[in-house]
Write a protein that binds this ligand. Structure first.
Ligand code: FMN
Length: 352
């Protein structure tokens, strides 16, 4: 297999979204010729028993998942597993297909190891994703399904977009994620309010027993994040994913005027929100941390702070897929160094 370091200079000459399509095409080759990926998978897929955990009725072989937005249409599940991820979150999927925002809508801040994206939920829509998941589910590693409303759906009709998606997709994934935290669908973040959350989870819980998690934005105070997530858990949320991208453009030297920032500059902001939520909700719900995770040490910090699982997206672009195996091997070493016999003992160690 080609090392990412030799591919990266070529990929970085391309527009970020074009580079994504090149990588996606390579990963989709695992659908037609899985054996092509065997050498990589053998080297980088870490399933050390110390990293195993049972969650949502499934075994997660390791805690490092791919964040939503990379495989929006569930076309790369096999290839993503071959990279070493313990699980993957597909989506965001909307009820109807939609093209997303005009291009260019994805940018690199190379020095800052940061991505700025304003994709706007470009995706093939629920029907096509259903067909693809039907062919794959249940997959050997768990699959999360991240759902969002269509851009053209009025705010007062948003609930019916989410309930339609839950009905159509709950049998085809191990957990669902309510995404009301993307900055790229006008008005979406306004749904991060008490009335909407209460109504949505009441309806969602009547449809399915599958775990339904809420993904939150980092652009609120820790107090607001705690209030929102506590309410969501009271109303039935089975977990919290913190966080999505930030619209705090002061974090980069030359921001574009659209979209959200992810990667290195998001790290501390995302951790601060995660930790505030974990102080309140650890032990009461499942917590997933995402935002700026780029090393085993950072993943370990999130796990000890209360995360059962972590997710990576932007660091994959800057450091390459070898990172996933490195994080997992590093995590196993850190757990052993600190005398743990299983990851579950370390989850929330800082909260006890
Ligand atoms: N998050 C979602 O919930 N749904 C999406 O569709 C989605 N699309 C994304 C597209 C791009 C290009 C990027 C960079 C991120 C996207 N995200 C989306 C956010 C990521 O899942 C993640 O929450 C965020 O990037 C922070 O993690 P990171 O710093 O490891 O990238």
């Amino acid at each position: 297999m080609i090392a990412y370091e030799s591919l990266k200079p070529w990929l970085f000459k391309l527009q970020p979204e074009t580079a994504h399509h090149v990588v996606a095409t390579l990963l989709r080759m695992a659908n037609v010729c899985p054996s092509l990926f065997n050498p990589w998978q053998e080297k980088h897929f870490v399933a050390d028993p110390i990293l195993n955990q049972e969650l949502f009725g499934r075994t997660f072989p390791n805690p490092v998942g791919l964040g939503a937005g990379f495989d929006k249409n569930a076309t790369m599940i096999r290839g993503i597993q071959a990279l070493g991820f313990g699980y993957t979150e597909i989506g965001t999927v909307t009820p109807q297909p939609q093209p997303g925002n005009p291009k260019p809508r994805m940018f690199r801040h190379v020095e800052e190891e940061t991505i700025q994206n304003a994709m706007g939920f470009n995706n093939d829509g629920m029907y096509k994703v259903q067909q693809r998941l039907k062919a794959r589910y249940p997959f050997t590693t768990p699959i999360g399904v991240n759902i969002g409303k269509n851009k053209t759906t009025e705010e007062q009709n948003a609930i019916s977009d989410y309930t339609q998606l839950i009905r159509g997709l709950h049998d085809l994934g191990d957990y669902l994620v309510i995404n009301i935290s993307s900055p790229n669908t006008p008005g979406l973040r306004d749904l991060q309010n008490e009335t909407f959350i209460a109504e949505l989870f009441a309806e969602a819980k009547a449809i399915t027993d599958k775990p339904i998690l809420l993904k939150i934005a980092p652009d609120m105070t820790p107090e607001q994040a705690v209030a929102l997530t506590t309410l969501a858990v009271e109303k039935g949320a089975d977990g919290i994913i913190a966080t999505n991208t930030t619209v705090d453009y002061s974090l980069v030297a030359q921001p574009k005027s659209i979209g959200g920032l992810s990667g290195k500059v998001l790290k501390e902001k995302s951790f601060a929100i995660f930790e505030a939520v974990a102080k309140e909700l650890f032990g009461k719900t499942v917590l997933i941390s995402v935002g700026g995770i780029d090393s085993a040490e950072e993943a370990y910090r999130r796990i000890k702070a209360g995360a059962s699982l972590v997710q990576v997206y932007s660091a994959l672009i800057f450091k390459g897929p070898e990172l996933i195996g490195d994080i997992n091997r590093g995590l196993a070493d850190l757990l052993k160094r600190d005398g743990y016999s299983s990851i579950t003992e370390a989850i929330g160690a800082d909260r006890r």
